[in-house]
Design a protein around this ligand. Structure first.
Ligand code: SAH
Length: 366
């Protein structure tokens, strides 16, 4: 898709979001010795220092120069909401006053020390979204602009301050379509996955797409080894098109071929995300079609209960969408398992604070 250029170059240059080689070049352009870039990189991502004036390895005049020529923090916490289940929703403000959300989700499995086994940060990649999926609250915001790699990385660094233990996993499942901001997402990922930063391993990094085929193929060509998830949600082209307008551009068979190519090159299994809608995609025929798709290459199916988005006052088709009953959901999962499909249920963490999947719509800022 010819994505309109929405990358805005802000006033002072961001200090965050530059992979190390690029950061060294940037420092040289600013007349700063190359080795200093590595020091600032380590202080930022290893020691997690936000303020160059606190980076004591740097001489005072360099601290001053960096503080005037660069913007240190890319996102600023405006509001934090905590759910009964421990999920935390962050409202971050950007340099231009725009806002985005990130969600920190503890896993249900608890370690002996009383801490959850995993802490997953759900990261936004765009301000709003222009895909217009009928079931998603973020769709009501429209797209304002892409996030920079600094704004993506800083969601992690700021959220980490509010988690006692390290964030273990990241998912690009917040606001936006990561494939439509491919370069910034991959630059941020390079920093997250850099062994030196010890932030998150590639196998604990998941990119979720609504089915942007050129992005899937590009990931394959570039040998990206992070996890890939497809928001599938329908087993027929007809229903998928109604739910997700993007499916008209890249129809299901084309998406499936791209995923197969991705698998053949990377040998990585693929996750299908599947929201259950009452009477629409939860029938025996859906089980059969989904099982057939899931067997084409190694996959895992993540069944997601539909989180209602009444607070966005949906109209038309969106207003007709209802969640499948818990009994039917269980039946659907059991049937898929009988068909030898690897199925997981995505928990609905953070529902009470509108922080669950598809509920990110900046309810407290608009
Ligand atoms: N644009 C990407 C990234 C956003 S991910 C994508 O579409 O994959 C957001 C995830 O939450 C997707 O799997 C999406 O389909 C799901 N989701 C959106 N709205 C939802 C809702 N109301 N209930 C449950 N899941 C929802």
């Amino acid at each position: 898709m010819a994505t309109p250029k929405r990358d805005i170059v802000p006033g002072p240059i961001e200090l965050k979001g530059h992979p190390v080689a690029e950061f060294e070049r940037l420092f040289e352009e600013h007349g700063i010795r190359k080795y200093r870039a590595r020091q600032v990189y380590d202080a930022t991502y290893i020691n997690r220092i936000d303020d160059v004036r606190q980076m004591h390895v740097l001489p005072a005049d360099l601290q001053e120069k960096l503080a005037t020529e660069f913007r240190m923090q890319s996102v600023t916490l405006k509001h934090l909401q905590e759910s009964e289940d421990g999920t935390k929703k962050f409202l971050f403000e950007l340099w231009d006053g725009r806002t985005i959300e990130s969600v920190l989700i503890p896993s249900e499995m608890i370690e002996e020390d009383g801490h959850p086994r995993r802490r997953t940060l759900c990261i936004s990649t765009q301000v709003g979204c222009n895909l217009g999926c009928e079931f998603c609250a973020t769709a009501t915001l429209n797209l304002t602009r892409n996030l920079s790699s600094g704004e993506i990385v800083d969601q992690f660094l700021q959220a980490q301050k509010y988690s006692e233990k390290p964030i273990t996993n990241i998912v690009y499942m917040g606001m936006g379509e990561p494939m439509n901001n491919y370069e910034a997402v991959m630059r941020a990922t390079q920093i997250f996955n850099d062994q030196r930063t010890n932030m998150v391993a590639p196998r604990r990094t998941t990119l979720s797409t609504a089915g942007v085929v050129p992005g899937i193929l590009r990931m394959a060509e570039e040998g990206k080894i992070i996890k890939l998830a497809l928001s599938l949600h329908a087993t027929t082209q007809g229903l998928r098109e109604k739910l997700m307008p993007i499916a008209k551009r890249w129809p299901l068979p084309v998406v499936m071929d791209a995923l197969e190519t991705y698998y053949r090159i990377t040998r990585k299994s693929i996750t299908f995300e599947y929201i259950l809608f009452d009477g629409l995609n939860d029938t025996e025929e859906d089980v059969k079609r989904l099982a057939k798709m899931a067997r084409r290459f190694p996959t895992k199916v993540n069944v997601i209960p539909f989180h209602e988005i009444d607070f966005t006052h949906p109209t038309g088709f969106a207003a007709e969408l209802r969640p499948t009953s818990p009994e039917r959901l269980q039946w659907f999962i059991d049937r898929l398992r009988e068909e030898d499909v690897h199925v997981l249920i995505r928990s609905s963490s953070g529902l009470d604070i509108d922080a669950a999947c598809g509920q990110l719509a900046l309810s407290d800022s608009v």
